[in-house]
Design a protein around this ligand. Structure first.
Ligand code: FMN
Length: 412
């Protein structure tokens, strides 16, 4: 009882001490420094912003040295001196999302490595950058990640030798950017000297570029914009772009709710005339899986498992194409929907062929009966369209494959 009244008292005190909207907070109290851009954010013409440049004192100095570059390109600088990635996440809504830019260009990490807020691992710095990328995507803002510019030392932390840490962090940022298909803007390679620092002509204090240094960065940034596909991005689009066929699975079975979500995604696939002509069978039964593996392997002429040891195999069937001309198209979309749904849940899939041949045989039809498929459908010539191996991926997913050029064209 006493504990409860103490709790009430603490909540009451806490509520009383929080400022309401419009009430002033001192600069010192405003630890994430919302105050810095509060007025600018209210004033800026949000319909014209191409990109917000989010960052620390390097971005802040950049605006100071060459504000014309920002104005000419409809860029808005949101750099705050001394800030780490953790503070940037906190003010990301006010200084990026609420401005609705087309792009956000994030250059951060210098102050994390300088331990401005204490020690943070490179893995967690990357985690913070990933968080900003994911939030941006969720709000249909295209993210770009920059390398941390080179520095062989920090004037405010003379005890640190950051050059190697920066190189290692940049490698991680680059790998992540490639894996999620976003631009990685490499200022580091263009500005570094042989010691991993910046030569005097590019940065007098070794950290903040001179105008000459910024001019190099400006060219790299504008080149990136020129080369970047300006296609929109969000979590769904990004998921479509990062799905890869998985050919190695953990033994562990997927959860029932995951399977259900995938099957539902297949069920909701578009289909010719809306007649829903596909039949989906998810197989987790070991005996039936063994038969599928054997039959498929025989056709393929291999002794290994064509389903790559996946704990679940999903089969998709369609009507005899002589009865329904879109059965293959319909079934393929069902498989596509399920692959993309599975990827969005962190599951791996691979389309496995040869179902058409397998289920055209007497043995295949027997197996259909064993799986409870309607005799009438079998008699009418139900065909196997394809199968999915599905499970938890073993190992890291591969980076997206570079796509062929001229895959599409636009005729206006
Ligand atoms: C109709 C079709 C049949 C496929 N058959 C097989 C197969 O039998 N075995 C396999 O390992 N991958 C198979 N795949 C997967 C493709 O090899 C894979 O999608 C392609 O290489 C592109 O790679 P990605 O899916 O990682 O983008 C098939 C894909 C499709 C669409």
């Amino acid at each position: 009882m006493r504990k409860i009244s103490f709790l009430f008292l603490s909540i009451a005190m806490l509520t009383a001490s929080l400022p309401a909207q419009g009430q002033s907070v001192t600069k010192k109290q405003d630890w994430a420094q919302f105050y810095v851009f509060e007025k600018d954010n209210a004033r800026v013409d949000k319909s014209r912003i191409k990109a917000v440049l989010m960052g620390d004192s390097i971005t802040e100095t950049w605006w100071g040295k060459d504000s014309t570059f920002f104005k000419d390109n409809n860029f808005v600088g949101r750099g705050i001196s001394g800030q780490t990635t953790s503070e940037m996440i906190v003010r990301f809504r006010k200084d990026v999302l609420d401005l609705h830019p087309q792009f956000v260009v994030i250059m951060a990490g210098t102050n994390d490595i300088a331990q401005n807020n204490g020690i943070i691992s490179k893995d967690n710095i990357l985690g913070n950058l990933k968080t900003m990328v994911e939030i941006a995507k969720f709000h249909n803002i295209n993210p770009m990640l920059c390398s941390v510019p080179p520095a062989a030392g920090f004037v405010w932390r003379k005890d640190l030798a950051p050059a190697q840490d920066i190189i290692e962090l940049n490698k991680m940022i680059k790998e992540y950017s490639v894996s999620v298909g976003i631009p990685y803007i490499d200022y580091h390679s263009a500005l570094t000297d042989e010691n991993g620092g910046m030569p005097k002509e590019y940065a007098k204090d070794g950290v903040h570029p001179t105008l000459e240094g910024f001019k190099i960065m400006e060219k790299i940034l504008l080149d990136t914009f020129e080369k970047t596909d300006f296609a929109m991005d969000n979590v769904v689009l990004s998921s479509l772009k990062t799905r890869r066929s998985i050919r190695s699975y953990k033994k562990q079975q997927i959860k029932d709710e995951e399977l259900l979500a995938v099957l539902q995604a297949g069920t909701f696939a578009p289909n010719g005339m809306g007649i829903q002509d596909s039949w989906i069978v998810a197989v987790q039964n070991e005996d039936i899986k063994k038969e599928l593996i054997r039959m498929n392997a025989e056709i393929l002429g291999t002794k290994s498992d064509p389903y790559y040891g996946a704990p679940t195999i999903i089969l998709v069937f369609g009507s005899n194409p002589e009865k329904w001309r879109n059965s293959v198209q319909d079934g393929s979309l069902v498989l596509g929907n399920m692959m993309n749904a599975a990827h969005s849940l962190g599951l791996g899939t691979c389309w496995i062929n040869r179902e058409m041949e397998m289920f055209a045989t007497k043995e295949g039809k027997e197996l259909m009966r064993k799986m409870g498929i309607d005799e009438k459908l079998i008699k009418e010539g139900l065909i196997g369209i394809g199968a999915l191996a599905i499970g938890y991926p073993e190992g890291e997913p591969r980076a997206p494959k570079p796509r062929k050029e001229n895959y599409f064209r636009i005729i206006k």
